[in-house]
Design a binder for this molecule. Sequence first.
Ligand code: ADP
Length: 468
Amino acid sequence: MKSVKSKLFISFTSTIFVILLFLSIISIYFFNLNKETRTLELLDATYTQMEDILEDDESLKIKDLDKYIDLRNQFLIIFKEDSIAFTNQSRFKTQEILEQIKYEDEHEDDSKKYEDRKEQLDKKYEDYYDEGFIEIDDYVLTINSFEKDGEYYEAYLGIDEKYLEQSLDDIYGTIIVLNIVIFFLLTFLGYLLINKTINPLKLILNELEHLQSSDDLSKRLKENKTKDEFEELIISFNKMLENVENSVENIKQFSSDASHELKTPLTIIQGEIELIKNKEASKEELKAVINKVDKEQKKLQEIIKNFLLLSRLEKEVQSNKRASLDKVLFEAVELNLDFIEKKNLELILEIEEDLNVNFDEKYLSIVVNNLLTNAVKYTQEGHIKILAKKQNKNILLEINDSGIGISKEDQNKIYERFYRVDKARTSMKDGIGLGLAIVKKICERFESSIKVKSEINKGSTFSIKFKA
Ligand code: ADP
């Protein structure tokens, strides 16, 4: 596995490499570091030097030019009326080059002759003006003409290509060496920078290894005041650890509560069976035992059904469904109608039509049924009122009863699993204390909020705000 450091380092160095390569190409192009421009630069410099000398010293003889011009890598042939007036190369070499630029000599006067000569040259070397020079053998030549003391001269100024290439190679060499130096310098600086940036991550990893080897869930990463993403990472990781710790605590609490709740009906069933196992029981006694066992096994079933519902809620719920609240409410009312009538409670319904909410219908009916059953269960006389209406962009549901009410202190606890208010007051009601925990969890899943307002002996109102 490659470390983040080496990945960063590789991408850093390759970026530097590409940038330097790009800059070199741009600079070679931008500063015209190519053969053509170098040639013209060198030849122009020599020609200007020659012109300056001829202008400055009028008495200077053409044949003495080499005393004044430094012609180490260039050669100069000055030609007058078919004869060589000056050359700094051997006559043989000079002749050889001139041979290649022959022309017809049919001119009336000198000035006409040089114009024709230029025309001929232009024709022969069509590309001459494009590039600005002619290539002959290993030489690159420019041709000029000038006048001195009323006489016309032709100047063939040339440069050895090998020298040109050498001087270009020197420039390219310098660029390469410079690039290598800059590359290693930047790579070194980059290495230091990456090291400094990555170090906090290494510290975090070390600490995590320590955490892994310890069973203590209350441990946290040491917070570094680096004021960057690493600090944020540590803070959110610690928050995650806190959530994990809370969840584990919850699960522990849940399993201990659950086993306790499961144990109670089982103990009752076991007791009842023990009671009649070793004696001749009458028909009535047997019937009473069977009724008790049946009641407790139903309770067990109810507990297990709710456990399954709670565990399914963690993974199964899809929050992109739609449901009709009014339809679900009427179905719930119908289910509880017998119960309401038996208790002689007044039922008030204020339910608007077309109340579509962002909810899964199956889970919406669990929520509504739990709240309505509780309202009926904990109300001995008076009324049950259901109100459902649109409110701004939301939909509001209120289930109000005139029952026993819930104290302020208990209002915060009723959503906890297995929590049942004041056992003495509610003991006569069936229940396992999971209903509201499930309601709250489902509401959270569907981004709806649930609230309770209640006063002892006056009644309770559970309200839910749904997303429309
Ligand atoms: P249970 O199975 O005991 O009804 P719930 O989770 O549904 O469990 O409710 C938790 C507790 O909240 C109940 O035991 C009861 O004490 C209280 N409670 C819930 N709804 C009402 C209500 N409408 N009026 C009074 N108390 C209520």
